[in-house]
Ligand binder design. Structure first.
Ligand SMILES: [Zn+2]
Length: 313
């Protein structure tokens, strides 16, 4: 199944933007890339890397952790199972005067950044903090947990792309792979998060989508446990509203028509027509790139399709 994050409410997203801006202001509006260790210092958050084989540390975590509503009372061995099963790569432990982020040491350097920002976000948002701190076993039902994860991901992206600065800079350049590449380097993040942010935040009122997943010709690129062709399908607000009927599988089928067999680098591009919910034919540009781990694709609306209408005089 393609992962679709639940939509964050307008009130919450405004609140999130304000919290991120306050943290950036406390950091003195630094130049990108943001140093997360400075953000952690302000939040008084320690960072530890854990190994899934470190049973002592997992034991310590197990005694303090609540995961998706369930208190883990068991031993480290049980915790190992939880970590494996949930595919858990980051954790936040909150106690009075003892706040710690734990990150799986198998996660590669550049990806750690997003995970750390995600855990900082749980601590930054007061309604997350209070849910994670108290004995609220009942409040964290799966739906609530999923929403919290989506909010933490959104906050993390806002943080590592410097609040509103990204949008201003992204609007100054064309929506292209070269721009994504330049912004990736400027903000020090992965191609995946940069593409995601470009699609959703450059101009929410402009229809755009991203696809992160498999390469049609190489099963080792972009494969995950879920086995779907597309793992993530970020969409701008306008795309969600006007093209809610277009599925990630529909778009993956389009990729298959133009993708080359190259394993890395540019994989191909095309123009296609998508009909929106009002029945209007819209021309989109679509481009795919492989970073060797995933196939990354973006598409954005170019113009309304002008059909040639002949008439008899
Ligand atoms: Zn989380």
């Amino acid at each position: 199944m393609t992962m679709l994050e639940p939509e964050i409410g307008e009130f919450e997203s405004k609140d999130i933007r304000e919290h991120v801006n306050r943290l950036l202001r406390d950091l003195g509006w630094p130049e990108p890339p943001i140093k997360l260790e400075e953000a952690r210092a302000i939040q008084k958050l320690d960072l530890t890397y854990y190994s899934k084989t470190d049973l002592n540390l997992l034991d310590e975590i197990a005694h303090k952790t609540k995961l998706a509503g369930a208190t883990i009372l068991g031993t480290a061995r049980k915790m190992t199972e939880v970590v494996e099963k949930a595919g858990l790569r980051g954790l936040l432990l909150l106690k009075e005067n003892d706040k710690k982020i734990f990150i799986d040491d198998e996660v590669v350097q550049l990806k750690r950044r997003f995970l750390i920002a995600h855990e900082i976000s749980h601590d930054l948002l007061p309604w997350h903090r209070s849910l994670l701190m108290g004995d609220n076993e009942h409040t964290l039902n799966p739906g609530c947990h999923q929403m919290m994860e989506a909010e933490a991901n959104y906050t993390a992206r806002k943080l590592i792309f410097h609040g509103d600065l990204f949008q201003r800079e992204a609007l100054d350049c064309k929506f292209s792979w070269n721009s994504i590449k330049a912004l990736k380097h400027r903000y020090g993040n992965t191609y995946t998060t940069t593409l995601w942010h470009m699609v959703c935040e450059r101009d929410p009122d402009h229809p755009a989508f991203g696809l992160i997943g498999k390469h049609p010709y190489h099963s080792d690129i972009g494969s995950r446990k879920s086995n779907s062709n597309v793992a993530y399908f970020p969409r701008s607000k306008a795309f969600r509203e006007r093209f809610s009927h277009v599925s990630s599988e529909d778009l993956f089928n389009v990729i298959s028509t133009y993708a080359s067999r190259n394993k890395k680098g540019p994989i191909g591009e095309t123009e296609l027509i998508l009909t929106d919910l009002n029945g209007e034919s819209c021309v989109f540009y679509m481009y795919s790139f492989s970073n060797g781990y995933d196939l990354l694709t973006f598409g954005y609306f170019l113009e309304l399709h002008k059909s040639l209408v002949g008439f008899e005089g």
